[in-house]
Write a protein of this length. Structure first.
Length: 286
């Protein structure tokens, strides 16, 4: 299959590079041409639009910011759906609304395409190493067809159900991740205000069931290292999508709604481009 890749941000550029290393040629598109240069220097071919890329590709991968960006890349006048050949495979690896994944899968089917929602779990290190976790929704036979392509980017690859299932599970995963720096910052603040020694508190917490997670967030939150690995802006977007998912299925989003408030407060402080763990800064004024 000739592979086309749309979206060369922090994650996408690394994932595309792994595909290029494995398959030796790849077509790419990105709105900002400069971001494609490392891939072009390594042998990738640039196309001026998703539509032109799709005409020259058998499998088109999207890795974009949100639902609107994916819909533009696929459905707009210059979108890939308007250039692809019948029988083409589409893999959307973005984190988007599950209902949009389902809509895109239905539209793809009408046009004679195959569509898989396959969002990734992991950060820039895993993207560079090709060790991402990938959760896939769609037809099982389509998943099996594109599995060798996914294996160039991920280590743990799961087929989780029909269209939209991958997107649903990704939002559930990110909801859990979003909670951790918030509750961790809160309990550390309480411990210090209550007169407990911070080091002893951390040593005790690290000895328990959440030891590895505490070690990670200690470096970020206590060490105040908010170098961006996953932007707070993107985490807020995912929380909003997750809260919407909960409401769509009549599940009470008690914690999600509060999380959304906290991340919006951090966003309004101007921290949207910092790592999502920068939510800890809210507790400095407590």
């Amino acid at each position: 299959m000739k592979i086309g890749f749309i979206g060369l941000g922090r994650m996408g550029s690394r994932m595309a590079m792994n595909l290029l290393k494995r398959f030796r040629e790849i077509n790419v598109y990105n709105r900002t041409y400069e971001k494609a240069k490392p891939l072009l220097n390594a042998g990738a071919k640039f196309f001026k639009s998703p539509k032109e890329l799709a005409k020259n590709s058998d499998c088109i991968i999207t890795m974009l910011r949100d639902s609107n960006a994916v819909k533009w890349a696929l459905l707009s006048e210059e979108g890939a759906f308007n250039g692809a050949n019948k029988g083409s495979y589409f893999i959307d690896m973005s984190t988007i609304q599950p209902k949009v994944s389902i809509e895109l899968a239905m539209e793809a089917s009408k046009r004679g395409f195959h569509f898989i929602d396959a969002p990734v779990i992991g950060s820039i290190d895993q993207a560079a190493e090709g060790t991402l976790t990938i959760v896939c929704g769609g037809a099982k036979e389509d998943f099996e067809k594109v599995l060798p392509i996914l294996q160039a980017m991920g280590k743990n690859i799961f087929y989780v159900g029909p269209s939209g299932s991958g997107s649903k599970l990704k939002l559930i995963n990110n909801t859990l991740i979003a909670n951790f720096p918030a509750i961790f910052s809160e309990i550390i603040t309480i411990a210090k205000r209550a007169g407990l020694d911070e080091k002893i508190t951390l040593d005790v917490l690290k000895s328990g069931i959440f030891g590895k997670a505490i070690e990670y967030y200690e470096k970020r939150v206590v060490g105040k290292d908010f170098t961006t690995r996953f932007a707070l802006d993107l985490m807020l977007k995912d929380i909003k999508y997750a809260r919407e998912l909960a409401e769509d299925f009549d599940a009470k989003p008690y914690i999600l709604s509060k999380l959304e408030e906290l991340y919006e407060a951090a966003w309004n402080k101007g921290w949207k481009d910092l790592d999502y763990t920068a939510i800890a800064l809210l507790y400095e004024d407590c």
